[in-house]
Write a protein that binds this ligand. Sequence first.
Ligand SMILES: Cc1ncc(COP(=O)(O)O)c(C=O)c1O
Length: 388
Amino acid sequence: MIPYTKQWIQDSDIQQVCQTLGADFLTTGPQVERFEASLCKLTGAGHAVACSSGTTALHLACMALGISSDDIGLTSPNSFLASANCIELCGGKADFVDIDPDTLCMDTRALAQYCSNHPLPRVVIPVDFAGTPADLPAIQNLARKYGFSVIEDAAHAIGSVYTHGGRTFQCGSCAHTDLAVFSFHPAKTITCGEGGAVMTNDDHLADILRSLRNHGMVRPGNLTPAGKDTDLHGPWYYEMHTLSSNFRITDFQCALGNSQLRHIEQFRDLRQRIVRTYNRAFKDDGRLILPPKALAENACPHLYPIRFNRGSRVRKRVYQGLLDQGISCQVHYIPIYLQPYYQKKYAYTQGKCPEAEIYYASTLSLPLFAALTRDQVNHVITTVKSLV
Ligand SMILES: Cc1ncc(COP(=O)(O)O)c(C=O)c1O
């Protein structure tokens, strides 16, 4: 069976994890700090706060911004549930802005329109779908105009870059956003098993994130006057200033993440090569629509979403046919607002974001991962062509 995605764990990764298992710290130790420093080095962001998943990274980011019951948060419907649920988990209301069919990311014109005729959002969470960077500079311009914060959901996009004003920026650099998040689930380009990180250039937000990651406890320098009573208290003393939970990641997960990060250039090249091979094979077939152009250029591709001109019936047939031939694939994504939770709570209905719905009806993500062999890629190509 060819999976649609798979991690690539090498001997060097296993060695790093085993060494950490024998070390003094299994959690909250030096590997976490090393991983955070590596993420900062890769992206150019000032701070990385590693945590237990991409989902908890989004939750922490919304908590750090103080999202609460009066707040509206906007995201792309073409994403995993977590991009919207983080707003709801903080008590806010998740709403959705349609996608641009060329990039499959949030349509910035639709965002501008939303801001001009709805109550303003507190936060906007653009998603770098499949590894294609969302238009972060345009979203930053709107953020300045309308006063909202921006969290880049870069769960798909570690290693992707975009250019603006003649300069190149890494996804997750926070050059045009307040915060960014990564996921290190095994389906992603690099993995910790489970894991995530919040990136920021804001020292204050970074302090809040570190505290929220660990039950809202504060550092010794930030104690209340009562906490400074040295007769009663001592070095053991801790204070909790905000309600939070345990969002921590272990040292052995970060050891894996660190080791995987060393391969990111190689993983990016291999993924791009597969995308280019698929593109060459499918580009002249009028029945197929290729993924966004950026995927083969400046992205570190996470998914290869192909679309079928003749829609959902063909998609279903190809999906089943591939499975019968030992090829697994997936569909990314069902528009989030069509989930019963959202429909019931906000009466969101079919037709809310037409482009996301048109896209969902015809898309299929073909296998894409660094260890996919040339023969496997060719098998996928010939099978898709024969089925379509
Ligand atoms: C766009 C997006 N955001 C967030 C997440 C959540 O990441 P995790 O699975 O690490 O919790 C995912 C996971 O698939 C995702 O695809």
